[in-house]
Write a protein that binds this ligand. Structure first.
Ligand code: UDP
Length: 238
């Protein structure tokens, strides 16, 4: 494509739960660590990021508790913006220019989502964080990660997981015979009902032929390695 600088371009999906360190709110030391690992790669790879919001609110849970689903989903999306601002802060402390682009307009807080501008930022060695999901209730940040990856022409979607280092034949935390899969097709992932990403994200990536690497963020420097393209975890392809 015409905007290609020849550098690898990736979309990194981080779960909100990681940002919370297992609690509601943010664990600043966790976020600082992730920011430093991302900062170490800037200049070598063009990075954009989608962060979940599970450490604040999940629309489906609030709706189960009686709230209107759409309003609850907007609360979930606003949570992702808070996570985005936190990561922006620690990236900038690590010396990296960072832009947050929000799918819900809030110009005091973040740029508006403008995909071509996001690409320009990355070409100028800025990290771009996409906040507020798709701006649409009933969507997930998984789906948004896939959609943004496609729109900005990312070469790969990187899915950082907590507590597991890839996709297994069954849940490795429950089944001692679970085996890690090194390669998997999207069709297999969907057939096996692998919940690492939602089905919409898998099918978007399958239909548009973008690879997804699922890796564990626990190991020393794992986020850096994944960003730089090291083979790790599980690669899901068409
Ligand atoms: N959300 C939404 N539309 C989007 C993205 C997110 O409505 O495009 C809401 C939804 O309520 C979701 C919440 O934001 O539960 C937090 O996102 P998600 O559950 O994907 O976060 P994660 O589980 O990855 O931390």
């Amino acid at each position: 494509h015409h905007d290609d600088t020849g550098r690898r371009r990736v979309l990194l999906k981080l779960s909100g739960e990681v940002f919370g360190g297992g609690r509601v709110g943010i664990d600043t030391e966790v976020i600082r660590g992730i920011a430093e690992q991302i900062a170490a790669t800037v200049g070598q790879v063009e990075t954009s990021i989608v962060i979940g919001g599970g450490n604040f609110f999940r629309g489906a849970e609030l709706s189960q508790a009686g709230m209107d689903r759409s309003r609850a989903d907007y609360m979930g999306m606003l949570g992702t913006v808070m996570n985005s601002l936190a990561l922006q802060d620690f990236l900038e402390q690590a010396g990296i220019d960072t832009r947050v682009q929000s799918a819900i307009t809030m110009p005091q807080v973040a740029e508006t989502y403008i995909p071509r501008r996001a690409i320009r930022h990355m070409q100028k060695d800025r990290v771009v964080i996409f906040g507020a999901g798709a701006g649409l209730p009933y969507f997930s940040t998984d789906t948004v990660a896939a959609q943004r990856a496609l729109e900005i022409h990312a070469d790969e979607v990187l899915v950082a997981k907590n507590g597991v280092d890839g996709i297994y034949t069954s849940d490795p935390n429950k089944d001692p015979n679970a085996e890690r899969l090194y390669n998997l097709t999207y069709d297999e992932a969907m057939k096996r009902n692998i919940r690492v990403m939602d089905q919409t994200a898998f099918s978007l990536c399958r239909d548009n032929n973008v690879a997804m690497r699922v890796f564990g963020m626990q190991g020393e420097g794992n986020v850096t390695k994944a960003l730089l393209g090291e083979e790790m975890g599980t690669l899901v392809t068409k």
